[in-house]
Ligand binder design. Structure first.
Ligand SMILES: *[C@@H]1O[C@H](CO)[C@@H](O)[C@H](O)[C@H]1NC(C)=O
Ligand SMILES: *[C@@H]1O[C@H](CO)[C@@H](O)[C@H](O)[C@H]1NC(C)=O
Length: 282
């Protein structure tokens, strides 16, 4: 019996009872599970009817398993004949694909790291820092908080290592603490893509009075720029008016010159015709 029979059945059902049944959905899945070294491979072939899996081939056991009454019957008969084994797919499908894509699968990608404050008001205590580590591969990262070079465990909370769904992973860890002046807080990242730990030191924002001075400075700078632009525009508009006046003067000058040359030409023509008349009158 072929494992594809249910999809045929599905078509038949759809054809003959289409008034009673809206439609049906058949699906087959091939999956490969690899160990990280890509040496051990498991091949799984799953068949679904209306999104429920009813039959599965597993290369580790080299057997079919049924999940519905119908699936169990199929599995039983498929398991009787060794010719139905799909074991060769471990090589023809899984290994074939991993050989072609192994360079991507095994690629080590260094994490990107960002340390930032989670406290909106710098004066509210305790302060909270977030260290975000992302876009790295493979899974398996160690991220620690350092306070003046010593590992901190108190006030630390972290997420799981989250899959981005595109081979990459991300990880987030928070540190809640009471700031002390002059201290050095860093986020340390250890990963197999790195030859030595990455250390990102948190640079706190400026104290309030310095920040106010900075804001006033920026305000004055912007004001100065606005005035400069306004002055420049005013100058440009003024000089454009002057250029326009100059052009009209040039045109009228040209006109007078051409009038002059026209009149001189006509006088020349009359002179020539006179000479012509003179020559034709010997
Ligand atoms: C395949 O069979 C092995 C051995 O029984 C089992 O460990 C594994 O979980 C099975 N895989 C799937 C996807 O069912
Ligand atoms: C802060 O501590 C880290 C880790 O101990 C160190 O690498 C870094 O140089 C220190 N930075 C400052 C400004 O002291």
């Amino acid at each position: 019996m072929s494992p594809c029979a249910p999809s045929l059945l599905c078509m038949l059902l759809g054809l003959f009872t289409f008034r009673a049944v809206d439609g049906c959905y058949a699906q087959a899945y091939r999956q490969c599970y690899y160990t990280r070294d890509l040496v051990t491979i498991e091949f799984i072939y799953s068949w679904y009817f209306n999104k429920a899996e009813y039959l599965r081939y597993n290369s580790t056991t080299d057997r079919y398993t049924g999940f519905t009454v119908y699936g169990a019957k199929m599995a039983e008969s498929l398991n009787l004949d060794p010719k139905n084994s799909l074991y060769s797919h471990v090589y023809t499908f899984c290994k074939y694909n991993s050989d072609n894509y192994a360079s991507n699968v095994l690629k080590k990608v260094k994490p990107k790291v960002m340390v930032r404050s989670q406290t909106s008001e710098p004066d509210i205590l305790p302060a909270m820092l977030l260290c975000t580590v992302y876009d790295y591969h493979p899974k398996g990262i160690k991220v620690s908080w350092l306070r003046d070079g010593k590992v901190v465990t108190e006030g630390v909370s972290s997420t799981e290592e989250l899959s981005d769904g595109d081979w990459y992973y991300q990880f987030h860890t928070y540190l809640e603490y009471i700031p002390k002046p002059g201290e050095n807080i860093s986020c340390m990242v250890q990963h197999e893509s790195l030859t030595q730990p990455l250390i990102y030191t948190w640079k706190p924002s400026l104290p309030v009075d310095q920040r106010n001075k900075l804001i006033i400075g920026i305000f004055l700078l912007v004001l100065g720029m606005v005035l400069a632009i306004a002055g420049f525009l005013y100058y440009m508009l003024g000089s454009k008016g002057r250029v326009a006046k100059q052009t009209s003067q040039t045109i009228s000058l040209e006109r007078t010159t051409s009038e002059i040359s026209e009149s001189s030409q006509s006088s020349q023509t009359s002179q020539t015709s006179q000479t012509a008349l003179q020559t034709s009158n010997p």
